[in-house]
Design a protein around this ligand. Structure first.
Ligand code: GUN
Ligand code: FE
Length: 431
């Protein structure tokens, strides 16, 4: 697979949250899957490389979906009348039960992977279900897509439907060991991530088992945190002695960097809508990522995560679609939703937290979440070359637009849901 080439077009990115970095009719250079930078004039040393000229098309870094549920893609855009805990019991668990059946999983996961591949997302951190065979099938499909992802077999040994609850903590752990051993060296673009569903679904015994597994394999962790009021009350009831919700994950060393046991473990927690100051401080200290999922937080009436506050404090933050709490897998939508909910937070909740501007939300969707995968989310030298190419001429307009206006419009008008012309992931052309 060819991994050294040049693409030409209107390159738009955010090297930092404060400003757009725009290059008209410029050259983005990829050597061995790694970006060499963006150039207005192609340097002599790259003139021998194959050049793909996309004319007046727009070129962005690929989008990162830091939190998405593959099995829930099947019921996206439906079942939006309940809050989290009731929504899980009434709609989500019954759908996830179906992934016991590999034929159903193949059909449904095929549709999910196809959609992800055709959209703007180049990297994702994905929840599967608690079923090992279907999770391995999803990993195989993700690998074939050329996208780069973490995929988690979900751990859940209480408080779900009977069929979806694993029989015991030991069985959950044993299955997880077997799964990690089977997949950890199997793929080049698809990696396992430890995935306790959330505290209500994980017994203390299971959390202890997961601590052992994490220490044995050093793999990253993903879960949910402080999403919804009903959920948080339930966690308080289940774990009365913990200081705050995140403290439970931390008690089992599943909450980012841990100086006590000297581990540096990447962890991403979805939502963090209602995190207390203590919880936020521990996340900052441990480098825990926030996956901000604004559409889900609106659909499930969870609330608005104070992302401006988290940005000011220097937390690691990316965006997530949280399909099917979020109804769309588009990270372009997550960008505009993040801006819109931050405006509502400013107006309705606290006017000291200024709304996000476009460059900030675009940064979260690219470099912000991208750093969970390494040097990802930019065309700066040394970054893995993830690019999407889009022809915005189908978005008609009578007036002359500059590149900044075109970039914003491509995102707001959802060009990713209409047409992606080409897509590169770590230098491999997958579309
Ligand atoms: N918390 C535990 N499971 C889920 C889920 O599937 N979706 C969301 N949004 N929150 C959760
Ligand atoms: Fe989720």
């Amino acid at each position: 697979m060819e991994k050294s080439f040049v693409i030409k077009g209107n390159v738009c990115q955010t090297k930092n949250p404060k400003e757009l970095d725009l290059h008209e009719k410029a050259f983005a250079v990829c050597v061995d899957g790694i970006s060499k930078g963006v150039f207005d004039v192609l340097p002599e040393e790259y003139k021998e490389l194959p050049l793909y000229d996309y004319g007046d098309a727009m070129i962005f870094p690929g989008m990162v979906d830091l939190h998405v549920h593959a099995p829930q893609y099947a019921f996206r855009g439906m079942c939006m009348d309940l809050e989290l805990m009731d929504w899980l019991n009434r709609y989500t668990f019954p759908e996830e039960e179906k992934y016991e059946d590999l034929a159903y999983a193949e059909k449904a996961y095929g549709m999910f992977v196809d959609a992800l591949k055709k959209g703007a997302t180049t990297r994702a951190s994905i929840f599967a279900t608690r079923h090992r065979p279907a999770t391995e099938l999803l990993m195989k499909l993700m690998e074939e897509s050329g996208l780069i992802s973490y995929v988690g077999k979900v751990n859940m040994d209480r408080e779900a439907s009977e069929k979806l609850t694993e029989d015991s903590a030991e069985i959950s752990a044993y299955t997880t060991f077997g799964w990690i051993n089977a997949v950890k060296d199997k793929f080049t673009r698809t990696f396992p991530i430890l995935t306790p569903r959330f505290i209500p679904c994980c017994t203390d015994k299971l959390m202890e088992e997961l601590r052992q597994i994490q220490m044995a394999y050093g793999i990253p962790v993903q879960s949910h945190l402080s999403e919804s009021k009903g959920e948080i009350d339930f966690v308080k009831f289940l774990r009365p002695n913990n200081l705050f919700y995140g403290d439970v994950y931390d008690e089992y060393d599943l909450f980012g960097k841990n100086d006590d046991i000297n581990t540096d473990m990447k962890t991403v927690m979805a939502h963090c809508v209602w995190s207390t100051d203590e919880e936020v401080e521990l996340m900052r200290k441990n480098g825990v990522y926030v996956a901000h999922c604004p559409a889900s937080n609106m659909n499930l009436t969870s609330g608005i995560a104070p992302i401006r506050k988290y940005m000011d404090l220097g937390l690691n933050i990316g965006l997530g679609s949280d399909v099917a709490g979020g109804h769309s897998d588009s990270i372009f939508r997550a960008i505009t939703d993040a801006i819109q909910v931050s405006k509502m937070y400013f107006r309705m909740v606290d006017e000291t937290y200024k709304p996000l501007v476009f460059s900030e939300a675009f940064y979260l969707a690219t470099k912000g979440g991208g750093s969970f995968f390494g040097k990802v989310g930019s065309f700066e030298e040394g970054y893995e070359f993830d690019a999407i190419v889009m022809d915005d001429s189908i978005l008609v307009h009578p007036q002359t637009l500059n590149l900044a206006e075109r970039m914003e419009r491509v995102v707001y008008l959802g060009l990713d849901e209409k047409n992606i012309t080409a897509k590169y992931v770590a230098g491999r052309k997958i579309l």
